[in-house]
Design a protein around this ligand. Structure first.
Ligand code: HGY
Ligand code: MN
Ligand code: MN
Length: 424
């Protein structure tokens, strides 16, 4: 039985190992189905095997480590799912996602080492596409586990024109057997995920861990503005149809609308922009930019989107350009199950920690897993709330406490299952 400190030291070492698997020149960038994703998946598979798990790679590239029930009861055919993602954003930190997979593996090692009786099985899942950076999809590997992937989803193409289904084959996945990744509803007992908070609340309150109440809904759009190319030196300002100037006014309007929604924790981000033809002396004719908008509830987010659709169109009309607003992803606000929140709260109480409950502004695989089973999440304090940034950092002691809390929460679910024998 390892102490939380020893568990944290081991977690940090595993995360350092994983951070070496990158497609980036001098940073951590590991996109779905890339060579670095494959190498990281193989390392996770090795750790799962060493932890005594039966390991498999599912058709979408999820690495699954399976622990059989140690004391099969009537819940013996059910399994607790624990996971997170091992893909990253560009120039990422080493904790976002990977910590949840490492914590799951360490928790299973502790359960076996401590001889804890489990009336149900445990699957540790390392998903490969949570960030949705490479393909215009997101959560596709956890969505497959939840039975929410349709064949056309695999037609998505990356910026090099590579279809997801082709990248899957190169990776070692199988686009023809996607359905075999799906769990039966009565097989999944619950889904638990450990994740860094990616926000400032726990640090500001001096707390190492927190319990997630809900995962913010989000909508993502591709906005295309079409104007008219022209000579930078000869077209008077009043006669221009400048797609980039129009886009700039639209972005400031997006910012204004999001600021107005601050009471609902509303945030809006333009993360990627292209402008053509992209010459210094040509008035931009075509601009495309992404919009990611979120809030703590669905209604205010959808109202803000409706307002923006009207206002961006009005800007386009006044400036003599055209605009299209195409949604390519949307996930409603996902609630975390009270029974799982309570199991995590009991675990924190056992550890003498406050049971701080808070919402997640970041999206997670729980958005997809919620369609299969109840979702519970445990947040770990991260320095400055920084994430999606190489400065991302979680302390060894906090990570060790998170693993210990996960073990205790699993024990609590095992006790519930053993006493009730079916649902926990
Ligand atoms: O965008 C998100 O919230 C998550 O990190 N993919
Ligand atoms: Mn994440
Ligand atoms: Mn992320």
């Amino acid at each position: 039985m390892r102490t939380p400190r020893e568990l944290g030291v081991r977690a940090e070492a595993m995360l350092a190992d994983l951070a070496a698997f990158t497609d980036g020149e001098d940073n951590l960038t590991r996109l779905y189905l890339s060579p670095a994703h494959r190498a990281a998946a193989d390392r996770v598979a090795l750790w799962m095997r060493d932890a005594g798990l039966d390991v498999a790679l599912d058709p979408l590239g999820t690495v699954r480590g399976r622990l059989k029930p140690t004391a099969p009861g009537r819940a013996g055919n059910r399994r607790l799912l624990i996971g997170s993602h091992i893909d990253t954003v560009v120039n990422a930190g080493r904790y976002d996602g990977m910590l949840g997979v490492v914590a799951g593996i360490l928790a299973v090692e502790e359960i076996r080492a401590r001889g804890i009786d489990l009336p149900f099985g445990v699957d540790v899942l390392a998903f490969g596409d949570e960030e949705g950076v490479r393909f215009p999809t997101t959560l596709i590997s956890s969505s497959a586990v939840a039975g929410r992937v349709v064949p056309s989803d695999l037609d998505a193409r990356d910026s090099d024109g590579v279809a997801l289904r082709d990248a899957l084959v190169i990776f070692g996945g199988d686009p023809e057997t996607v359905a075999s990744a799906t769990y039966a509803r009565d097989e999944a007992l619950a889904y638990l995920e450990v994740h860094i908070e990616q926000g400032p609340v726990l640090e500001a309150e001096g707390l190492p861990l927190g319990i997630v109440t809900s995962i913010a809904g989000q909508s993502r759009f591709l906005i295309a503005v079409t104007g008219e190319a022209g000579h930078a030196g000869t077209v008077p300002m009043a006669l221009r149809h400048d797609a980039l100037a129009a886009s700039a006014e639209m972005m400031l309007t997006i910012e204004e609308v999001a600021r107005a929604g601050s009471t609902h924790q509303m945030v809006a981000t333009v993360g990627r922009l292209t402008a053509k033809p992209g010459a210094v002396n040509v008035i931009p004719a075509e601009v495309a930019f992404t919009l990611d908008i979120r809030a703590d509830a669905d209604a205010p987010r959808l109202a803000a989107i409706a307002e923006l659709e009207v206002r961006l169109q009005s800007i386009a009309t006044r400036r003599g350009v055209s605009v299209t607003i195409d949604k390519f992803y949307e996930s409603p606000t996902t609630p975390c199950a009270p029974r799982l929140q309570d199991a995590l709260a009991d675990a924190l109480c056992d550890l003498g920690l406050a049971e701080r409950r808070l919402a997640s502004g970041a999206g997670h695989d729980g958005h997809a897993m919620h369609h299969l089973t109840d979702v519970g999440m445990l947040f770990v304090r991260c320095r400055g709330g920084i994430s999606h940034n190489p400065a991302e950092f979680a302390a060894i002691d906090d990570m060790g406490l998170a693993v210990e809390a996960l073990v205790k929460a699993i024990e609590r679910l095992a006790t519930d299952a053993a006493s009730s024998g079916d649902r926990t």
